[in-house]
Each structure stands twice: as structure tokens, then as C-alpha cells.
Design a protein around this ligand. Sequence first.
Ligand code: UD1
Ligand code: MG
Length: 453
Amino acid sequence: MTSSTAAAVVLAAGHSKRLRSEQPKVLHEVGGRPLVSWVVQAAREVGCAPICVVVGSGADPVRSVFVDEDAGDIVWVEQPEQRGTGHALSMARDSLRSEGLALVLSGDAPLVRPGTLQALLDAAGAGWGSVAVADLPEPGSLGRVACEGDRLVRIVEAADADDDTLALRTVNAGHYALPVPAIFDWLEKVDAGNAQGEFYLTDAVSAAVREHPVAAVRVEDASEALGVNSRADLAAVQRVFYRRSVDALLAAGVTVLDPDSVWIDAAVTVGADSMLHPNVTLLGASSVGSGCTVHTGAWIRDSVLDDGVEVLPYSVLDGARVASGCTIGPFARLRPEAVLEDGAKVGNFVEVKKATLGPGVKASHLAYLGDASVGAGANIGAGVITCNYDGKKKSRTVIGEGAFVGSDSILVAPVEVGAGAYTGAGSVITKDVPEETLAVGRARQKNIKRRRR
Ligand code: UD1
Ligand code: MG
């Protein structure tokens, strides 16, 4: 993306009554990240600096979104009381010292693309300012825009619009490139005599249009104009977001059988020739290799799957690492630090946590493997449980290569089953089992003749 030295101001303060939420509006998430973080990222991608983010006063939780990253380019601006978008921008006056263009962005409109921001800067550079607009079939609560060609005539808020204006389908996407400090002088002339009793940024832009040319820049894709003012808007934005991820995967050679039912966060990668069945969810920092098949209902977060893995229906993977050729599920659960090495198999109703299953290990049915390591080729029978927790501390179970842990064995950790050892079905194993040894730890069966009266 072309670099610019324009500053950006992201308007991100306050709550929305219509969301009915305790959380600030821009902290609601799409694609696994808060709305505001997408807007800041788009500004970064066009090289904006500084990026002023307008938040509520004091320890506004919006600041915490950026604590984990290198946020040296962010300047925090406080707006103690939310009195409208124009008022919010005016709070940034002291932070925008140098003259020139500034991008002014709505923190609740996360679908905007960097290309649109660059187009706003380019168009504004040729005149006085610019505003991003789009044609939407259902413009809802968004501000209506009147244009003449690619020149803005005015913006009218939906709450203040008459029927003719409401019928306009062109909307204000809430992203602008505006000259600093000139825009602040126009903001000073704005009053709050409107339906919402707020100082509108749109009024300042509409007033400036009478003296200066303001370009209306049509966004590449109308969905970029969607802002989040309600839970319904949030759902609509989320849908577009996931659809964008799916489209990128389709273009990269992944088969997605039912694109509208698959939810994929933006950072997820999937290799070519993999196939995603309906209702698959891939979240966070997950990656899926090539030639994998992920069947319906799988929920995968922060997990790494190498090539040729098959995830059968309704399996849950969270923080797991899965090597090539493994099979998981149906109905399996891999929890954080579950590591499956090449060709391991975890079947139905098997839970694995903080445990490494070596190459070719099979745990096919109904088992719990926690705080364990299982050597290559070992077989874990149905119903095997590692008792890793004694009520106070967690202990490890070590199972050697080629061991055969009989069905319903209870392994009371800390305990070790040696390489090539066997445990008899139904055993409670409390002592280490040496290599190549059969351990039977269960009551001997007695057959007692029935007495009939
Ligand atoms: C605004 C525009 C509207 C446009 C829409 C695009 C105005 C008056 N209207 O309407 O024309 O179609 O965005 O999404 O600008 N904010 C503050 N402080 C405030 C008020 C708002 O920081 O005092 C922030 C909000 O957190 C939000 C952004 O500014 O991220 C936009 O405010 P919002 O109330 O959502 O405006 P809209 O009604 O959507
Ligand atoms: Mg909004």
C-alpha cells in the first residue's frame, strides 16, 4: 500500500443505546477482534501517523485493546462526554499540530479497506476534502448523501431527514479525508440543534461544501459502508467479514462446500486442496495445512494442523498441534497443549489436554488423556483415564512406545507404563509398570453359585 504521512483520527468513544451493552461500542468484536482495531489497522496500512483514537475519559477500556501490540503510533484523545462526532473530532485539535490532510474514521465501521482510505487521501489532495460514500439497498440509520457527480452536495442524518431525503440510497460511510486545521474552524460553527442534540461532524462537512470542493469517493464494495449501531448491524458486519475470509480461501484453492455457513477469522490460513464442510468454525491464530478435510460442526481455535489431517464432525480443537496424517473425531476434544504427532488417531469422545501422543498412537474411543505423554504406536483402549489431579496438584502419566493400555484402565498419576507393557482391562494402575510386562490391577473374578429358596 502507498505510504502517506497523513494523520488519522479514529472516533471511538462511548456506548450505543441501541446495542444495550455495558461495553463501549467499538469493543464489540467481528472476526475475533474489536471493531476499532480493524479501523486502526486500515489506517496503519496506508501509513498514517500519528493515529489519534478518541475515547471516553479516564481508564476507558478501549485503550486496553492495544496494550499487547506496539502501539507507539497511537495518541489517545479523551472526550469526557459524548456530544457527537463533530465534538469528538474537535477534541483531537491539540494532537494534530501539523497542517495537512487527516483521515477521520468511524471506529464502528470496520469493513473499510485500506484502498478506500488511499482513494480518500488522493481525492482530497486534488480539492479540499473527501468523504466515502456507498449505495446501499437498505441504508437504515446511516446518513444520507446528496452528490452531483463525484462532488458532495450535503449529508443529512437519517434522524433529521424528510421522506425525500430518507429515500436516497447513497450513504455516508463515515470515513473522510479532511484538511487540518481548517476542519476545526468549520466545527466551531456547528450547533447541536438537531434531532439527536449532538454536534455533528457531517454538519461541518456540509457547511464547508458551500465554499470548498469536497469529493464523494465511492467505496469499492458497498459493504465497506456498514457501521455498527445495533446488534443487527453487528451480525450483518460479521457476516460480510466471514464471507471475505471465505472468498480469500476460495481464491487460494480451498474447497468450501457451503461458504455462508463457515466462520473464519481473518488471521486463519488454510492450504490448497483442503476441504471445509458446512458449519465449520476456524478462529484466532489457527492454520490448516494442505489436503486436509474438516467436517461439519468442527470448532477450531488457535490450533495448527499440518497437511493431510482429517477432522471428523463435531470435534473441538483449542490450542492444539496436529501433525500430518492424523485423524480426529467425530466428537473429539483437543484442549490446550494437546500435541498429536504424525498419523495419530483420536476417536469419538476422547479428550486430550497437555498431552503428547506420539506417531501412530491410537486412542479411538471414550478416553481422557491429561498431563501425559504417549510413546509411538501405543494403543489406548476404550474408557482409559489418566487420573492427573489429586485435588491439590496435577501429575503426569508416561506411557512408553508400543504399550497397550487395556480398556477402562485407570492410570493414577504420577505413574509410568513402560514400553511394550500391557495393562489388563479394568485395571487401576497405581504403580509403575516395567517394560514388556503385563499389569493387572483389579479384583479377581469369583463365580458363586446362586442359591434358590
Ligand atoms: C455517523 C454519521 C453518519 C454516517 C455513519 C457511518 C454523524 C453525525 N453521522 O452516524 O452520517 O452514515 O456514522 O457509520 O457523524 N463517537 C465518538 N464520540 C461521540 C459520538 C460518536 O467518539 O460523541 C464515535 C462512535 O464511537 C462511533 C463513531 O464516532 O464509532 C460514529 O458515531 P455513531 O454514533 O455511530 O454515528 P452514526 O449515527 O452511526
Ligand atoms: Mg455508527
